[in-house]
Design a protein around this ligand. Structure first.
Ligand code: SR1
Ligand code: MG
Length: 424
């Protein structure tokens, strides 16, 4: 082991220059790309916050190679981060593929020592965040993502799994400590005080200081952090933002589950909705007047579609795959009692949590370390602050009123209202 956490001596980060020589002996790579590494073209395309990502092209095909670095790429080696996140990502991808077949990239090879996954090259898909900034629509986006969230939530829980299997899985993923700790700090805590790595746009100070002085709001956020850290309802992706999704104009896949853990069912869908709302609030900086209203309404329609598909799919699985120890047929159907109300109540609780998680994600992307391109690409800083202020205000309302929205339509009505307001 060397000084940087648990990094094995044999671990070496790849480079475009040495990747072909190092991966040529890996049969799974040669089989898909071509036997002769001299014919491979390698490029490093990682633009995320943590890892190296290479595209390896050859005469027979293309693969993606993702390798963990022993530190946070965004910050540098002053912030060490264990390589074992690749192990958990590998296991998460295997489970997501089982729970929602075809939703994630296929894995061709995993090398634990090198913290490296060779996986399917997803093409011609683009990162969804880029498409949303560019004003592109994706048919069936909400349907796909709502089903993904419902299937992974339901099939990763004791509504469906055998308890022994689920408990073993909880224990396996409980080893992923430092990665969820990033979320616990950057997402749930840092936005609400003057943390070292925070930064925000000039001009937002009045909104930021109002948030940080609101003890009731901070208590609600801490309650959600408590759920995030201690509620093991299901296996969550853990970082389901629009940079963890790739789409064409008609097809969508989910990538990058290294923040996997067992957590609350509302977490993934809440984070996801936040990213649609941030796309919505940032649009006035990206679209001309002729396209703006139509595109913003399309984004809201994706939210409606996502929530609708999530609830419909969850109810369907409730009827057909409720084979775990929770809400057993023995207590309901076998005694002539419908369980549909119980399912509705559970879904309402999940959506209440989701609204809170959604508001928190909206806050952290504007106030904490890792901001998103939706706002960061806005050059006019006064406009950026104005739009971010709406985003912060909406986030706060979602956290404060999480349980009071009658339906997702009420949330969208609030977004439309705040989208016209001058918060600063
Ligand atoms: C230091 S890592 C910052 C962020 O990047 C990841 O994608 C997660 O969203 C994390 O919070
Ligand atoms: Mg990621």
């Amino acid at each position: 082991m060397n000084a940087v956490m648990d990094t094995p001596e044999q671990y070496r980060p790849l480079s475009p220059e040495d990747l072909a020589a190092r991966l040529a002996p890996v049969a799974a790579v040669a089989k898909r790309v071509g036997q002769d590494p001299a014919g491979w073209t390698v490029s490093e395309v990682g633009d995320g916050n943590l890892n190296l990502v290479f595209i390896v092209e050859g005469p027979q095909g293309t693969v993606v190679v993702k390798q963990a670095l022993p530190y946070v790429r965004l910050v540098g080696d002053s912030w060490p981060l264990p390589l074992y996140r690749a192990f958990f990502e590998n296991h998460a991808l295997l489970r997501q593929e089982q729970r929602d077949p075809g939703s994630v990239p296929a894995i061709y090879h995993f090398d634990e020592e090198q913290a490296l996954i060779v996986m399917e090259y997803i093409a011609p898909h683009k990162i969804l965040r880029r498409k949303l900034i560019d004003g592109e629509q994706v048919a069936g986006l909400g349907e796909f993502l709502g089903k993904f969230c419902a299937r992974t939530a339901f099939r990763g829980s004791e509504l469906s799994m055998k308890s022994a299997d689920k408990k073993q899985d909880v224990s396996l993923f409980a080893g992923n400590i430092e990665i969820p700790a990033i979320t616990e700090a950057l997402v749930f805590t840092d936005p609400y005080h003057e943390a070292e790595m925070n930064h925000h746009t000039d001009g937002l100070e009045p909104v930021v200081s109002a948030l940080r002085s609101d003890a009731r709001l901070k208590a609600k956020v801490q309650r959600l952090l408590m759920k995030f850290a201690s509620n093991t309802e299901t296996m969550v992706h853990g970082d389901l933002h629009s940079g963890s999704i790739m789409s064409t104009d008609t097809q969508t896949r989910v990538i990058d589950p290294e923040f996997v853990q067992y957590g609350p069912m509302g977490f993934d869908i809440g984070m996801l909705l936040a990213n649609f709302l941030m796309a919505y609030f940032s649009q006035p900086a990206h679209r001309g007047a002729g396209e703006l209203a139509g595109y913003q309404e399309w984004l809201l329609s994706v939210i409606t579609e996502t929530v609708g598909a999530f609830e419909d799919e969850f109810k369907q699985l409730w009827q057909t795959e409720r084979t775990g120890m929770l809400y057993p047929g023995a207590l309901f159907e076998d005694q002539g009692h419908h369980s549909a109300d119980a399912c509705d109540e559970l879904l309402a609780e999940i959506m209440t949590d989701a609204m809170g998680f959604c508001g928190i994600e909206m806050h952290r992307r504007t106030l904490s370390l890792a901001h998103n391109a939706d706002f960061e690409e806005i050059e006019d800083k006064a406009l950026k602050a104005k739009l971010e202020a709406r985003n912060l205000h909406m986030g706060a309302q979602l956290i404060r009123e999480a349980g009071s929205f009658g339906s997702i339509n009420d949330v969208l009505a609030l977004a439309r209202k705040i989208n016209t307001e001058d918060i600063l």
